[in-house]
Design a protein around this ligand. Structure first.
Ligand SMILES: Cc1cc2nc3c(=O)[nH]c(=O)nc-3n(C[C@H](O)[C@H](O)[C@H](O)COP(=O)(O)O)c2cc1C
Length: 398
């Protein structure tokens, strides 16, 4: 199967199926010398592990990672970093009843049409478990980004009709509650909403928001490899994602140029606090970008920032030094505990009831997947950006 590789300089190749022996990833292009151990990866994998609350599938998997290569004496060696997670709780017989039937909302029909072969055990490669490799690779990228002063944080923005409130926004809550919502009140309301759906054998969708901080201006490659295009591709490739927006996204279409344009300002955001506030709040500082400016302009350019951030931190496909804000819309979990109308492989109409263990909502477990794909893509684009200026290339070779 082609299509299992992501990245240009920093690449990940994911492999494995939901009910095979295991899943994993090979990360290539990671610079040598990065401190890395299995605990660094495990912390990320534990955030997407099943069986942690009544809102995630009851499948019990330890999802313990083993690093097979590319790390020696606690540091990356510059060679491929291979990681494996073995499956231990497959119960493939749960799926024998649907081996000749196409589940609505799943990839069964399209995989069968494409390959003429179907791994009916939990969707095989199209399963949510495929994201294990992405998360492990994202953990490596996040460590690399931390060395460069860049952080990536995702959380649940909404579940069904319940959205976090900006007034109550508390990042600590995102790590503290089962739904990864940075608003305790919204999380409690979303739990009640999910309980109602589960009682009715139904499922919910929602939105994951991801914020990237500390990225200097100028990262991204015109014209087909724009940063927003790469991020959208990376996040859209996650199962069940049906939409990606950056900054004001679809709402920008209903705005006016005078409201949507983010004014540029010189000086620090603090110096401009009054005027910035009147334009809707201070944007980020284009911090590290000044490091690449000619010496005379350096001090003045240091302070360039935007008064607002409708653009979501990307202009012309390049980072503008502000926070990057991305949102991913997840559809409701396709496997629901209700009779559904479908067809069998022969095209006959049948009714199915899906057995097995499924997330009533995908979003809380997908938060770390979005974060991982964004971190990996940003790290790759940062490495790619290193040769954009002669002075940067000379720093390495002269
Ligand atoms: C982390 C994660 C977990 C998922 N868990 C489930 C699940 O338990 N049950 C289910 O029906 N779909 C689950 N999915 C979604 C399906 O894999 C996906 O909807 C399906 O393969 C069809 O692909 P599409 O929605 O991208 O078209 C999950 C997806 C992700 C990213």
């Amino acid at each position: 199967m082609a299509g299992s590789v992501w990245g240009t300089v920093l690449t990940m190749t994911t492999w494995g199926e939901s009910h095979g022996k295991g899943l994993g990833v090979t990360v290539d292009g990671c610079p040598a010398g990065l401190l890395l151990c299995e605990d660094d990866i495990q912390k990320y994998l534990d955030r997407r592990k099943p069986g942690q609350s009544r809102f995630t599938t009851a499948r019990q998997e330890g999802d313990r990672v083993e690093i097979l290569s590319g790390v020696f004496e606690g540091r990356t060696t510059g060679t491929p970093v291979s990681m494996i997670v073995r499956n231990t709780d497959q119960r493939s017989h749960d799926y024998s009843a649907i081996m000749d039937v196409y589940r609505p909302g799943h990839a069964d029909y399209t995989f069968d049409e494409k390959y003429g072969f179907r791994d009916y055990r939990g969707g095989g490669r199209s399963s949510g478990r495929e994201t294990i490799g992405r998360v492990a690779a994202g953990a490596v990228a996040a460590k690399l980004l931390a060395e460069l002063g860049v952080s990536v944080m995702a959380y649940t923005r909404s579940i069904g009709p319940v959205t976090v409130s900006e007034e109550r926004f508390d990042p600590a809550q995102a790590a503290g509650n089962r739904l990864c919502m940075p608003d305790a009140e919204a999380a409690a309301e979303a739990e009640r909403y999910l309980d109602g759906l589960m009682a009715a054998g139904d499922s919910a969708g929602g939105i994951v928001e991801c914020v990237v901080r500390g990225l200097p201006a100028g990262v991204g490659e015109p014209v087909f490899e724009k940063l927003d295009a790469r991020l959208a591709h990376a996040v859209m490739s996650i199962g069940a994602v049906k939409g990606v927006e950056i900054g004001d996204g679809f709402a920008a279409a209903g705005s006016a140029g005078s409201r949507n344009n983010d004014s540029f300002r010189g000086g620090t955001p603090a110096e401009n606090a009054d005027s910035d506030a009147s334009e809707g709040g201070a944007g980020g500082i284009s911090g590290n970008c000044a490091k690449n400016s000619p010496a005379g302009e350096l001090e003045a350019r240091k302070g360039i920032h935007k008064a607002t951030n409708h653009a979501g931190g990307i202009l012309g496909g390049l980072s503008d030094g502000d926070e990057i804000v991305l949102r991913a819309a997840f559809k409701p979990t396709p496997s629901i505990a209700r009779p559904q109308q479908t067809v069998n492989r022969g095209g006959g109409n049948v009714e199915i009831e899906i057995k097995g263990r499924h997330d009533p909502v995908i979003v809380p477990r997908a938060v770390v997947v979005v974060e991982a794909m964004c971190a990996f893509t940003i790290a790759d684009m940062m490495l790619l950006n290193m040769s954009s200026k002669l002075e940067n290339v000379k720093k390495i070779y002269c």
